[in-house]
Design a protein around this ligand. Structure first.
Ligand SMILES: *Cc1c(COP(=O)(O)O)cnc(C)c1O
Length: 382
């Protein structure tokens, strides 16, 4: 009774969300800080004062939200951890000043960046040539390749866990293919600089799209947003789930040229006119307007990440220096599964991937200072 295409699907497995017991959740890279109180107030007010809106279809183009996202990017430079806070407003750091204004026609917003990525795959990647991507990157990309019947050409990472950029470009040029990768990458946490991404764009096929998934860019040092003025084949994907503390609301967005954004709208309107509901939109706008608060949280997370990395190194763990809100780490003589199990038994969830090549590692989301102290105590015993 089932369609044949189901045989080809291998669904994405997210970090577990158990309901049987209260765990400290350091397994899904969610933000340990709740959204700003103004987000709750905005949702409450919207529901109370405009209950009739719940009975009406929302704005299919979420025009005011896209404007709020553009404003947030212009004021922070797209890297929260490096932005400056002045009272309730922000300015970008020197190295993240965007040399043009991001406008709302450069933004597309959907129901989580996973959905947005699905639209990106449908809009830009053909079935007649392989998509080039790193072997270890966000594990949803291969799932969408299967879903849309797009062949893949995964390129192994180098010994030091960085991308083999030269090989990726060679392969992309051989087949005139698009590229996709996360920057900073998941699960390694390693970031390419903007200059390195500019190099990739210079050498990649000009008539093919390069997608950079910046889910974690707010915890890093540089965004490739400024490159949009130079490269019309660049598509940047972002999410509200990590740096904006709204994983439960499901919001993600694209920053690209108005022409490419228009193409994604065509795909969205052929699938679901209204991926962003009225309350999610309200929450997201309030979150963008309290960017300064999210900037504060990103700075706290980065500080905690760096001190946790130092702790692990002192205890003899192998840690990849991270530009994200998680660390990817392993310990000689202990399997990744055993670390995961021991930590779970003590009430903390971390992420372990049963994937050959990275099965020794665990991925640990950076939590609050208290949560990290609890984790440190458990890890000392391993
Ligand atoms: C978390 C994550 C996403 C998905 O974000 P949602 O908006 O929650 O769907 C996309 N890409 C990468 C690299 C991620 O880590």
């Amino acid at each position: 009774m089932l369609a044949q295409r189901l045989n080809n699907l291998h669904p994405y497995v997210p970090g577990e969300q158990p309901t049987d017991r209260e765990y400290i959740k350091l397994n899904a890279n969610e933000n340990p800080y709740p959204p700003h109180i103004s987000v709750a107030e905005a949702v409450k007010t919207a529901a109370e004062n405009h209950i009739e809106k719940l009975g009406l279809y929302p704005d299919p183009d979420v025009t005011d939200l896209r404007q709020a996202i553009a404003d947030m990017l212009n004021s922070t430079g797209g890297v929260f951890a490096n932005a400056n806070i002045n009272g309730n407003s922000c300015t970008p750091s020197e190295k993240n000043k965007i040399p043009f204004e991001i406008t709302k026609d450069m933004i597309f917003c959907g129901n989580g960046s996973d959905e947005v990525l699905s639209f990106v795959f449908y809009t830009f990647f053909d079935s007649d040539r392989p998509l080039v991507l790193p072997e270890f990157t966000y594990s949803f990309y291969p799932v969408y390749c299967e879903y849309y019947n797009i062949p893949m050409n995964p390129i192994p990472l180098k010994q030091d866990w960085t991308f083999n950029v030269q090989k990726m470009l060679e392969e992309a040029n051989k087949t005139n293919s698009s590229l996709i990768f996360a920057n900073p990458n998941a699960p390694t946490g390693i970031a390419l600089t903007r200059a390195q991404i500019a190099d990739i764009l210079r050498q990649a096929p000009k008539d093919r799209i390069v997608v950079v998934d910046e889910a974690y860019a707010d915890f890093g040092t540089e965004s490739c947003i400024p490159l949009l003025s130079e490269f019309n084949n660049l598509v940047i994907v972002r999410t509200f789930s990590k740096s904006l503390s709204l994983a439960g609301m499901r919001l993600g967005f694209i920053i690209s040229s108005p022409e490419l954004i228009k193409a994604v709208f065509t795909v969205k309107d052929s699938f679901n006119h209204f991926p962003v509901d009225f309350l999610a939109k309200t929450a997201a706008i309030a979150s963008c307007k309290s960017a300064w608060y999210n900037v504060e949280n990103a700075k706290k997370i980065v500080e905690e990440r760096d001190s946790f990395t130092k702790f692990l190194k002192e205890k003899g763990w192998f840690v990849i220096d991270s530009s994200t809100n998680f660390v990817f780490t392993k310990k000689d003589g202990v399997s990744g599964t055993d670390i995961y199990k021991a930590v779970k038994k003590a009430g903390i969830l971390i992420r372990h991937f049963n994937t050959p090549g990275i099965e020794d590692f665990v991925r640990i989301t950076i939590g609050t200072h208290e949560q990290m102290n609890a984790l440190k105590n458990i890890l000392e015993a391993i």
